[in-house]
Design a protein around this ligand. Sequence first.
Ligand code: FE2
Ligand code: FE2
Length: 185
Amino acid sequence: MARAKQAKSSGSGTDAIALLKADHRQVEEWFEQFEKARDGERKQELATQICNALKVHATIEEEIFYPAFLAATGETDIHHEAEVEHNGAKKLIAEIEESSPDDEYFDAKVSVLSEMIKHHVKEEEKSDGMFGEARDSDMDLDALGEQLAARKAELEGDLDDGDEPPTPRGQKEGTQPDRMARGSR
Ligand SMILES: [Fe+2]
Ligand SMILES: [Fe+2]
């Protein structure tokens, strides 16, 4: 039964589990790069990428995949543990976002986050974990994959808007601060 579903889901779109696994692989790669990084600028860049990606990933799981999983399987233990792990990770993500590579504890925070995520991903991906159980259920993984992809794109768009890097110095367009210019003379 599960086998038939697997065959079906290799159709046009990316199914929910393939999409979520691809996210996991991406973040793992960035964590590896972080470990090798030496300069602060690169570390900051990678930490930002990791935190943003994890926030989007956790949100689409919590909004779409986890509730569908719980409804289809009734596996409350698996579901609740995953949610609790997300909450733990989110607290550390917030700390990392408040921090910077100048902080003595920055590397330790990213390293512990990496371990937390490694554990969480293992739980999700193991054969009797959430994804395995989802495959064996009657969840419509293709439809969920589409929903996840759409929400992910939306959240990534929000990040782009809200996270606009400060305009490089002296290049602020349209806002000529007359008063400030006068004052600085
Ligand atoms: Fe995940
Ligand atoms: Fe998760």
